[in-house]
Design a protein around this ligand. Structure first.
Ligand SMILES: *[C@@H]1O[C@H](CO)[C@@H](O)[C@H](O)[C@H]1NC(C)=O
Length: 159
């Protein structure tokens, strides 16, 4: 191996490590990077979005059930059983659930709603996750955006 290819291999190793890990302040959970800024302080939905934005992130969303299971396990392990805001809110009309950071509709198969949820009522326009003590895990619920809950942000990526 000549010197140039050795340097190239070393460079790719460094870049590979950079892509795999998270920026400081974020933890890698499954294939995503999350942080829980302000915990245990609670914020309404709009302040929550701003707080994530300051941390170069967005309120979290999940694209498939694997990501949801990974995050659920992490939050249960964190042991702080408050309700957390998600990055999903009703857009246009109640029950049309949209991921605010992407503009795409929520993939229902990627999440796990609490029995009877969402209510899709005109007053409950933001989605949260709530700890279910009987199940030992979090499930999704819709609440008024003016409610105050704790927050999970995911790092903002280009995709
Ligand atoms: C879940 O979604 C992420 C992001 O699109 C993807 O990288 C990952 O492979 C998906 N996992 C499964 C099990 O579909």
């Amino acid at each position: 191996m000549n010197k140039a290819s050795g340097i190239l291999i070393a460079l790719f190793a460094v870049l590979g490590g950079t892509f795999a890990a998270c920026v400081p302040g974020y933890s890698q959970i499954g294939d995503k990077c999350y942080t829980v800024p302000g915990l245990p302080r609670r914020f309404d939905y709009w302040s929550s979005n701003e707080l994530c934005s300051v941390a170069k992130g967005d309120l979290f969303h999940v694209q498939n059930i694997t990501q949801w299971e990974d995050l659920n396990t992490f939050l249960v392990g964190l042991g702080y059983y408050d309700t957390y805001w998600t990055g999903v809110a009703a857009e246009g009309h109640p029950g049309l659930w949209v991921v605010r950071s992407t503009g795409f509709e929520l993939i229902p198969e990627a999440v796990e709603f609490k029995a009877g949820s969402p209510s899709n009522s005109a007053t409950n326009l933001c989605l949260a996750i709530e700890y279910q003590a009987d199940l030992g895990r979090y499930q999704w619920v819709d609440y008024p955006c003016s409610d105050e809950y704790v927050i999970v942000c995911e790092y903002r990526t280009c995709n």
